[in-house]
Design a protein around this ligand. Sequence first.
Ligand SMILES: [Zn+2]
Length: 278
Amino acid sequence: MRKTEPSVFSGLHHLETKNLSIYKFPLFSNKKGLIHGISTRQGGVSRAAYRSLNLSYKVGDEPKNVEENRRRLVRALSLDEERLVQSQQVHKAEVAVLPVQDCAAQRPPRAVSGVDALITRTCGPVPLLLGADCPLILLYDEAIPAIALIHASWRGLLEGIILKTLQTWEAAFGSRRERILAGISPSIGPCCYEVGEDFARAWEKSDFYASKFFIRRQGRLFFDLWQASEAQLLSVGLLPQNIYNPRVCTACNHRFFYSYRRSGGVTGRFGLLAALRE
Ligand SMILES: [Zn+2]
């Protein structure tokens, strides 16, 4: 671990390999059927505002740098870059189940447009979600086995993306919610996520609203995305002991994670990726 790394990351497991710094959720540490990782800014080739392991082609970075960064990340986890499947996130609550396929013979689709959550129970695809403040959530049911990756933007949460993901998952191949484990990535905390009154009014109309998500400090309003994500996971039937939230703020720790807010909008994206082992 780098000496400069804040101690608040200590709950997350850390893998430093090939100059990359990758975090893992501790509640999956003994799960042999699952490979996953949360990338940081470290170990890539991108420069300036995108320094250095930017994974997004859509933020103004050089495509060849993004390609190299993605290659480094998947190789660090001993995965195949040809199997990456990215959801082309739109900050909504649409969900896609990746088709069941012959893991060895077929290539998965490279991208799925218009969705913010990907579900799979097949070992072929390596779903990748990108973030720079929004929580990225990994769900895992070892018994099926199956995984879901959710980009939990405030708008997605407002529209019930976690409930929709669970409903889609169950319609596809059943599940027992009390069996599902969930990890929430570093994301912007209530320390830094200032919002406006319009934002609060939009939430007040939602089924997923709770006053505890909003914090007033010195006349300013802040939103707790961490608690909103956890509350939805609990409300759909996950057990508290099966939810891991490291409460690492991307804006406070912008030297390690990309933060859209902290950067003023021009920055890269880190990623959550996961795969089921053959
Ligand atoms: Zn913060």
